[in-house]
Design a binder for this molecule. Structure first.
Ligand code: GYE
Length: 325
């Protein structure tokens, strides 16, 4: 436990301390010595989930609060739109480029162009497989650990015996790959825990519902005792499908998902979802702390982790009024 929390706390402190001197000055020195507003280009994945909506809101409101000029671009789920947005930011000569990459691969050529132009790149939320020297830092969660946390909850609450259906996130996305990896790592040492169905629901509610409907129509449907969804939205869609199929979500079919959005807490309070592993979308403050730190010439850690918890039905009612997203 200590290890997981110590690193993020240290990372946060580093950035927090570094950015203090510049926290009221979201400006950069122009060649004439006149201060001008910092301009940040941000390419967002889309609006696929409650998590994403909260993330966008945090990125936008925090920029406004700090007097940073944000050039925001919504890729509507298409990596090629993100690629275009990055090139637009490049030709506009923004001071910083930040983005949440839909998929892990394919970014190296455009990042090389951006590096050649001397614009610092900050990855928020999702990682990529490009060389590390092509970006300043990656701010976001440890998705492998989230997968482990989901699996640990299931192991503990089923005595290590479950026949699992899995709803994966978007194909090729960092959180889909790593949440699967962490979950499988934990269940691999439990011979009576098996994933018998696994498919992508693209991190959307409608995707989760559709794929779960297909799972429940398959010949193995009656064997499924648990659902692991890579995000809450897919779990919420699946809950509808499970109810429509005449089964009891949260009771005869246990459900664990990831994000910790308000809808998940409501479903837990109603007894329909069993556990949500938190993934914090409020990355705006960390993003601009980092922008301001780099702008002030400070060095920042290559990886900035966010701190998160795990919530169950027993905590849902008390937690609900405190949720910010
Ligand atoms: O879990 C999901 C969203 O990248 C962590 O993307 C993010 C994921 C989040 O669509 O709900």
């Amino acid at each position: 436990m200590t290890r997981y929390f110590l690193i993020p706390i240290l990372a946060l402190l580093l950035v927090a301390c570094d950015s203090k001197s510049s926290s009221n000055s979201s400006t950069t020195q122009s060649s004439g010595g006149v201060k001008k507003k910092l301009v940040v280009g941000f390419s967002q994945v889309g609006a696929e989930s409650g998590w994403r909506t909260a993330n966008t809101q945090s990125i936008q409101s925090e920029a406004a609060k700090r007097g940073i000029e944000l050039v925001f671009s919504d890729a509507q789920g298409l990596p090629e739109n993100q690629m275009k947005a990055l090139r637009t930011f490049l030709s506009r000569k923004v001071d910083f480029i930040a983005f949440s990459p839909k998929v892990k691969t394919g970014w190296t050529p455009v990042l090389r162009e951006i590096k050649a132009a001397g614009i610092p790149v900050i990855l928020t939320d999702r990682g990529i497989d490009s060389p590390e020297d092509l970006y300043a830092t990656f701010i976001g969660s440890d998705f492998v650990e989230e997968g482990r946390r989901a699996a640990n909850w299931l192991v503990t609450n089923t005595d290590g015996k479950a026949t699992i259906a899995e709803l994966q996130g978007s194909v090729g996305a960092d959180p889909a790959i790593d949440r699967k990896k962490g979950f499988e790592e934990v269940i691999s040492v439990h011979p009576n825990m098996k994933i018998i169905k696994s498919q992508s629901g693209d991190f959307t509610r409608s995707g989760g519902k559709q794929v779960m409907e297909a799972f429940l129509k398959s010949p193995e449907a009656s064997q499924i005792t648990a659902l692991y969804a890579h995000n809450d939205d897919m779990a919420l869609g699946a809950i509808q499908a499970i109810e429509e199929a005449g089964r009891n979500p949260g009771k005869d079919l246990l459900i664990v998902s990831i994000d910790g959005v308000r809808g998940a807490f409501e479903a837990m309070a109603q007894g329909k979802l069993n556990c949500t592993v938190e993934c914090n979308p409020l990355l705006g403050p960390q993003l601009y702390d980092t922008v301001e730190a780099i702008s002030a010439g400070k060095s920042v850690p290559k990886r900035i982790l966010t701190q998160e918890g795990v919530f169950t039905q027993q905590q849902a009612a008390a937690e609900l009024p405190k949720r910010q997203y």
